[in-house]
Design a protein around this ligand. Structure first.
Ligand code: CDV
Length: 321
């Protein structure tokens, strides 16, 4: 029996320092509506979807910095973001959104949440573990900074897979008669950007039977100070290489963990100077890309996937090994 799920990555074009939050939310709502028109049941938005990728800047003023953050648990009701969650509920489409979270103790986190439209609540939260970059800006005034270690704590929620209810009709529930694996609600996991390059997050999810890994990202196309001494490359060559590595890890880890993956970029030239790669894609458990973004602007990447395809690699092959 197929377990079909219609999924989408909502790639965002650049958000600038000067882009009003309402404008970003309204673009996200348009993308959500387009995905819903295609039949999507769940839509992934990128890392720090609600703002530009502000860790590029050294921000001294606490008030200025706070403007980039939201309080995690209140996202569906905060005036800044409520319209997006209301639309998701109206359309009956789940969403996963990346944003900068300020917790009640004042700590900052690079966070992704999963909102179930039918339940009308956030059912899972993930905080980025692998924070790239530095605490202090580079000495080179022309370097592209990534001050994530300055603004965020390393994620403290682990890699907890979760089930997404009400997406597959007739899915077996806990305690039901059906005892076979792979008949229940979809099992999902979240990663944020740099996390996708390290095996342990994927493996933790894989060992929990994950069927779909969602990963939002902001990946700079050219940042020699940040990425260290590789062979010299032009910005164009570096961007091709960055897209190659992005797809390499999405494809290889989907294959190794026999799961689908969805990745959503914030792409294009942010603030007129920080070029982010595109390459949002949906990958199957055999490691093949089944859908991918064509450009670097706002774009929906959509696929109908059959979670049954995860079974072969999870059961047959390992059972014989
Ligand atoms: N936002 C990120 O985590 N970006 C990193 C860059 C700095 C390498 C990435 O892994 O794409």
């Amino acid at each position: 029996m197929p377990r079909t799920l219609k999924v989408a990555a909502a790639q965002l074009g650049p958000n600038h320092l000067t882009t009003p939050r309402e404008e970003i939310i309204s673009r996200m709502i348009k993308l959500l509506q387009s995905a819903s028109n295609l039949g999507a049941q769940t839509v992934l938005f990128p890392e720090t979807a609600l703002t530009n990728f502000f860790p590029r800047y050294l921000i001294a003023s606490q008030t200025e910095l706070d403007a980039f953050f939201e309080h995690g648990d209140s996202l569906p009701t905060s005036p800044n973001t409520k319209p997006l969650f209301d639309e998701a509920q109206k359309l009956g489409v789940d969403i996963s959104v990346g944003f900068a979270e300020r917790d009640k103790d004042g700590k900052g986190w690079n966070t992704q949440i999963y909102y179930s439209a039918k339940k009308g609540e956030v059912i899972a939260k993930y905080r980025k573990v692998h924070l790239p970059g530095t605490k202090e800006p580079f000495e080179n005034p022309d370097a592209i900074n990534q001050l994530e270690k300055r603004y965020f704590e390393p994620g403290n929620l682990g890699f907890k897979a979760f089930r997404t209810p009400d997406l597959i009709p007739g899915a077996a529930k806990k305690g039901s008669e059906v005892k076979e694996h792979g008949k229940g609600d979809p099992i999902m996991g979240m990663l944020i950007c740099n996390d996708r390059r390290w095996a342990e997050g994927w493996r933790c999810y894989g060992l929990q039977g994950v069927e779909v890994v969602m990963c939002g990202y902001n990946t700079t196309g050219y940042a020699p100070d940040l990425w260290g001494a590789r062979k010299p490359m032009t910005p164009e060559e570096a961007e091709v290489d960055a897209v190659f590595h992005h797809k390499l890890v999405m494809q290889a880890n989907s294959y190794m963990n026999s799961c689908f993956s969805i990745s959503a970029a914030k792409a294009g030239l942010e603030d007129g100077k920080f070029d982010l790669i595109g390459g949002s894609c949906i990958t199957d458990p055999e490691g093949h890309i089944v859908a991918e973004a064509k450009g670097k602007g706002d774009e929906i990447v959509f696929a109908e996937i059959d979670l049954e395809e995860c079974r072969q690699g999870k059961e047959m092959v390992s059972a014989q090994a």
